[in-house]
Ligand binder design. Sequence first.
Ligand code: ADP
Ligand code: MG
Length: 288
Amino acid sequence: MPVASSRREIPGEISQTPGQPEAGTSTDLLEVRGLTLQYKTPQHLVTATYKVDFSVLEQDRYVILGPSGCGKSTLLKAVGGFMKPVEGSIRLRGREIGSPGPDRVMVFQEFEQLMPWKTVLQNVLFPMRISGRFRGKDAQERALSVIEKVKLSKFRDVYPHMLSGGMKMRVAIARAMAMEPDILLMDEPFAALDALTRRKMQEELLDLWDQVRFTLLFVTHSIEEAILVGSRILVLSPHPGRVRAELDASTLSLQTMDTPAFGALSQRIHGLLFEHETGTAQNKGGRA
Ligand code: ADP
Ligand code: MG
């Protein structure tokens, strides 16, 4: 995979037109354009997101950040192919997404996903075989290779309950990656964890990304988590979710948490999230 280009070089700078490709470039892996998503029930019409634009590049750690109810999970569902846009489009490698597919894999919280009666290797093999895409020796070799990539070779015959939380996440990611997806989707995977465990899991996820360089679309409502995990952050307004800004967090990490730059970006996101719907967010650049 080519290394993610940094089209938006200024740390923390707001992109004037989030997700709009520059002339002559078409390297976006996932392109979301003017995406409006709604739920229709007999009594109500709920608009979850309104005209959302963004693009995910190969090897991005792209974070969607916004308050509860702003449509983050709905967005991820639509990217997963489980929901059709009312307006706008979602393209993966230039092709409109119409239904769920193995090119987009959701990584759930480990405890929901791994089968306790299967070993690490069997857990990784299971969806490969069920999907019918990989069989016999080919499946086995592929599974062993991703298990090695996530540094769990020694634990391939171990059952999930014997692993730490971070290791279980590695298995869950290995299991997803064995299907050779273009993008991994994670919806608030650490939200239920205590603060220390959450930090450990964030570290594990970043270490794993360093080793494997997958493309990640990650949803959170935590500003700190967005900056830590994300290379770029899409800030959404409260319900219905509209794009407030797209910010570059690629230079900020666990090692720079105590720096003024980290604090400044955090402050700035805080301002964007709690700003009233004035439509002026795009004009407030240059403060990070
Ligand atoms: P988030 O993940 O950001 O918390 P959601 O995507 O879950 O937000 O929800 C966005 C909006 O859509 C909310 O107002 C929520 O109440 C509404 N919503 C979510 N799921 C459904 C559903 N199945 N039917 C009707 N409304 C829904
Ligand atoms: Mg949600």
